[in-house]
Design a protein around this ligand. Structure first.
Ligand code: EPZ
Length: 444
């Protein structure tokens, strides 16, 4: 694509001039998928809570607004958030509809609202480009704790006098439903048990926060979580774990362009599965003694193709998939990808084809696991033929991880690419443009 224009004027569009290796370093801060949950935990107490290592991501603003609407106070500076929620006033339905459509976090306050007021309202959450994102598991969890639900169109109203301990078995290790169980069980009367629970590091970080508040939670073998309800919880101070999903995105950029990127702020053990796959594909990394500074680079002229299957932790995270697969378009040979967590998380490959990538998507399970989507006609497997020379194109970002993939593809392509909807990246990549400049991606 050629353009003589001086470059995009609105913040939502970015012109990327590709074709050269990246080189630089960036610092990653608190995890997008842990930080907002710690903010929700702060609503379980009337005492003051303080969260540090925060990053400038949009989900914080959604929870900040929700807390203020519920009568709480939030004060933010560049590195920390302080929250006090002396009361928890029910939100108006318009606010609930708007906040639930904007993010997946507000639904997690349902258990908190039931504890604080005996009442809660859930709006059918906005789906997004990776699937319908339903909340049926969340409702099953809350009913198990005694909540009665009444459906009125897109609104679900729940009531309960006092939540009682429950035994819940999840049909799938859902991160959100596990978090909903944790928020429900810590103040419920008696003991609770969750089987087939999610055990992602972000879940363990939330458990650490709740334990600081006075909760009694144990993570047993084979994905079982046991909780003994307590009468009340106190405030906490917590430094959120680094964002391992963002770190892997920048690592994939280095792999795809043949450059070098040093990432500060994420512990090696949070990335161990990713690091193994990275090395198998022909990437290399060096890690400092503290294990919190990793330098990623391509170790060989041509990348190796892979058979890749996403899974729940400790498998290869679904949020690592689209940026990493974009790098596989530069591998010498045929790679196979099987996405088993979301039914529709390969849509971004359509845009990659417009830059010249050779990717075909299938409804079959092209991996060792027969997953939930195989017999349901979901296009959730892909074959990637490489290496392909990518050329500039015009792209529209559908979701934040696909958006990062487009930046990787544009930075790897010869020529210019115009990317619309870049603001979506601000949901999960704090100070995105500053970091992009720091690693030498030529963009305006
Ligand atoms: C969290 O989403 C993350 N988001 C996602 O990150 C991440 O991809 C996902 O966990 C899996 O690790 C946040 O933490 C804010 P799920 P969540 O419940 O909790 C189905 C990113 O890019 N499901 O584990 O919403 C669901 O449709 C984002 O950082 C139901 O069917 O994910 C999906 O197929 C994307 N019913 C699967 O379970 C439910 O009630 C996993 O969803 C809930 C989920």
């Amino acid at each position: 694509m050629t353009t003589s224009s001086p470059g995009p004027t609105d913040t939502d569009t970015m012109l990327v001039r590709g074709g050269r290796p990246v080189d630089g370093e960036i610092a990653v801060r608190g995890s997008k998928n842990a930080l907002p949950k710690a903010m929700v935990a702060a609503l379980l107490t009337t005492e003051r809570s303080r969260i540090t290592n925060i990053s400038a991501i949009r989900d914080i603003d959604v929870v900040d607004e929700l807390i203020r609407l519920a009568g709480g106070t939030v004060s933010q500076d560049t590195d920390e958030i302080t929250i006090t929620a002396p009361t928890f006033d029910a939100l108006g339905e318009d606010d609930i509809m708007r906040l639930h459509a904007a993010s997946r976090i507000p639904v997690l306050t349902t258990a908190v609202s039931l504890h604080r007021t005996g009442h809660a309202v859930v709006a059918a959450p906005g789906g997004c480009s990776i699937g319908p994102r339903p909340v049926d598991y969340h409702l099953d969890v809350l009913r198990a704790f005694g909540a009665r639900d009444d459906h009125r169109g897109d609104i679900i109203e729940l009531r309960v006098d006092r939540m009682r301990g429950a035994r819940v078995a999840l049909p799938f290790p859902s991160v959100g439903a596990t978090e909903q169980f944790l928020f429900a069980s810590v103040l419920a009367e008696g003991d609770s048990e969750l089987t087939n629970a999610a055990i992602e590091p972000e879940i363990l970080d939330l458990i650490a926060v709740l334990q600081k508040m006075g909760a009694i939670i144990s993570v047993e073998p084979n994905r079982t979580i046991r909780v003994t309800g307590v009468d009340g919880l106190g405030g906490f101070e917590h430094r959120v774990i680094g964002d391992r999903l963002e770190a892997a995105s920048w690592a994939s950029l280095a792999l795809a362009t043949g450059g070098t990127i040093t990432v500060h702020g994420v512990q090696q053990q949070l990335l161990s599965t990713f690091l193994n796959v990275y090395r198998r594909a022909g990437g290399e990394f060096s890690i400092d003694a503290a294990g919190e500074t990793l330098t990623f680079r391509r170790a060989r002229r041509m990348l190796r193709p892979l058979a890749l299957e996403t899974d729940v932790h400790p498998g290869f995270m679904t949020d690592w998939q689209s940026p990493f697969v974009t790098a596989l378009t530069q591998a010498e040979g045929v790679s196979v990808v099987h996405e088993t967590v979301y039914e529709d998380r390969l849509g971004y490959t359509e845009a990659l084809r417009s830059l010249g990538a050779q990717i075909q998507v299938f409804t079959e399970c092209l991996g060792p696991t027969r997953c939930r989507f195989g017999a349901a006609n979901h296009r959730h497997s892909a074959v990637v033929v490489g290496p392909t020379r990518l050329h500039g194109a015009e792209l529209v970002v559908p979701d934040l991880r696909a958006g990062f993939s487009y930046v990787i593809a544009a930075a790897s392509a010869e020529g210019e690419s115009l990317i619309h909807g870049v603001d979506l990246l601000d949901r999960g990549y704090g100070n995105f443009r500053t970091k992009l400049a720091a690693v030498g991606v030529d963009h305006t």
